[in-house]
Design a protein around this ligand. Sequence first.
Ligand code: BGC
Length: 880
Amino acid sequence: MIKRLLLNLVSIYSLTFFVLFVARAGEAAPAPPCLPVGLRCEYLVNPLGIDSPEPRLTWRLADTRNGAKQTAYQVYVGTDSLALGKGWTSGRIDADAQLVSYTGPALQPFTTYYWRVEVWDKDNKASTSAVARFETGMGNSRNWQGAWISDGNSIDLKPAPYFRKTFSATKAIRSARAYIAAGGLYELYLNGQKIGNHRLDPMYTRFDRRTLYVTYDVTQQLQAGKNAIGVLLGNGWYNHQSTAVWYFHQAPWRARPTFCLDLRITYTDGSVETISSGKGWKTSLSPIVFNSIYTAEHYDARREQPGWNTAAFVDSTWKEVAYRAAPSTNIVAQAMHPIRNVEAIPAKRITRINDTVFVYDLGRTIAGVSQFRIKGAAGTTIRLKHAERLYPNGRVDQSNIDAHYRPVGTSDPFQTDIFILSGRGEETFMPHFNYKGFQYVEVTTSRPLALTKEALTGYFMHSDVPVVGQVTSTNPTLNKIWAATNSSYLSNLFGYPTDCPQREKNGWTGDAHIAVETGLYNFDGITIYEKWLADHRDEQQPNGVLPSIIPTGGWGYEWGNGPDWTSTIALIPWNVYLFYGDKKILADNYDNIKRYVDHITEISPTGLTTWGLGDWVPVKSKAPVELTSSIYYFTDASILANAARLLGRQADADRYVALAAKIRDAINAKYLNQTAGSYGTGIQTELSAPLHWGVVPDNLRGRIATTLANRVVADSAHIDVGLLGTKTILNALSDNGQADLAYRVAAQETFPSWGWWIKNGATTLYENWPIDAKSDISMNHIMFGEIGAWYYKGLGGIKPDPARPGFKHVLLEPHFVAGLDGFDATHEGPYGTIRSAWKRTKKGVTYSVTIPPNSTATLRLLGSGTLQQLDAGTYQFDNL
Ligand code: BGC
């Protein structure tokens, strides 16, 4: 150990003399221009339907020179792309900001704004971006012209309704936009064509408080003369007909699905015509004879009405629609990455059980749907039963995921689509308004059919957030854990973060804050989290209390909603702020965080709280709930104090700094044993949580870390934690001089560990440590997923600096851990690609690092006190 330390010191010394600064290839060539690229508005590329009165504009610099930076910028916004200089401009601002809110004259609804940015580089040379655009949407609910309509049927009627309307476009069309809001889910068609590739739109919100609308450019789908609009509505979370323990069927907003649509056509002569939902539309029942977001979809192809969404269709048997109230008066643009069928996964294997039963295997666990193609006689019934595992006899086993389902009768089997053939040639089925968690599909046909492997394709569905992180290492198990973590993260991102895609699909708060860093290192998730925090605001009680699942139909205000779960209200905004350097989410939620913290204070006069579930699904030892919940309370108060300071609320800042200190003192007075250098009984979560969350007095950090390391070694370098401890155990070790041990724990392949799951074939993360546990056994849970973030932090050492967030300044502290020969992490932050990569060579370790333009880094190598300040650029350090 000491020898190692000495060696480390020697290499740190040599480092200062032998550091090699290797400029990127091409330094000798004329310096490339500093070009602003990647322009986005509200974190989306050229978005339509933006409602924000002050949309945020961001860009990056393409500038590969070492020391690249922006010294000034000027933003131009206007409605004439060729004369942007005549519109609004920020004026030249001598600043390095790459995130600017539009503050010009009030934006008009339904208007395309063009924008570009001019930047001045480190040598004060100017360059200008290409022109980007954003288009405003309704802006205000009063701008809707359409009426909310439904087919007037009862909430219990099973078939999904169709709606249609024909109209004539009398003049030449310049452009057309469709705006559609729905209670429930919709698919929109124009002249027979499905519009867009979103799935399960609009995203789930608390419908009676906030309803989302989506905007499409439909210019191409319209035609001269007669046109037809078709709308198909599904239940989603709005009209939940399946019955499970969370009472979604009793949600206060529950009603027959409804929508409101404005099709706004601009003719070449400048005139505008809006075709809207209202009387004059017609409705009929569709072949979707049952649909549940929670369980499955049943489709009777014999009821198809070919051409129902085209102008030529004769709709004389269709009925008049019914007017109804809007689900809420707050109709807001859905400005976020939509859910899509992101990845097609062909079946890997097909097993014939008998003449009418076949089992398909995708080879990996996903969230999504399967698409099935088949030819057979009319009336043939195909059942597609989805599951994550098999019984020894090869049949699918749902017993790990149907635990909380409370079916009434047998007509709504769990995760089982039912498809009845029309008999008209080859037919394809894929559910419209449902998704599932599965790897296997057991297909049962009502009469023998020859099924091929190719007949079934799985589609991995999730919010289609861009990938911003990449990790590889020389340890294949580590790589597989990383891939499994990302698969579970995405399987649980459906416009809000969920716990699992099968048994619950619930927006469990605790699972989400544990996974937020994993999410943000790997995916561009800000639009999803901003939306979900709006869901929090909709759900918060006036007294500050939040439910444990968000959104909710009402369940969750009584159970599971202590600070260890619902601190999402503080933790999510804080992490988004750290990763994006954008204060908006803190400002938007400031009052809510405050109300939340004040509520805990009211019920916890001593500074300690026992409100919470504690270290959920532990390996064996469980830390006291009071310790873990009070640590979250402390963390929330600290975040609130920081937010207050950032938002210029000094009195609040002082008040919550004092509150945080009081809570920390109360925790330490009760749980810290100074003599023993321990907390509580000295189990892993008791030690790692105070270390990770900053509760341990500075002078004792080393001792507590040593106690933790001894504890972990005594536990055979295996975890002994639950949900809350998985957040802290690896970080507490890596951040406190025990990086090698952290790696040993993370890379274990025997029980209990992440690698143990992988060795047993996992392609996603599980809900429980033993692979043969009897309860809490979903095979696609994200709650143990912090390890995905730890890779970046504990091995790559890439961290945002709270003082200059959004990776404006990067904190770099790579750990070249014993037992691992190479590691490479990249993260695409707001300024560009950050890379931290190292590999062992014959002479030591070679470390490569990239700092994006217009940002800087502080590099601390080998856990020493030696710090290097780095400007933008690419560097290589040899022989470490
Ligand atoms: C969920 C968890 C959740 C927990 C709360 C479970 O049923 O699946 O992930 O956090 O309940 O207790």
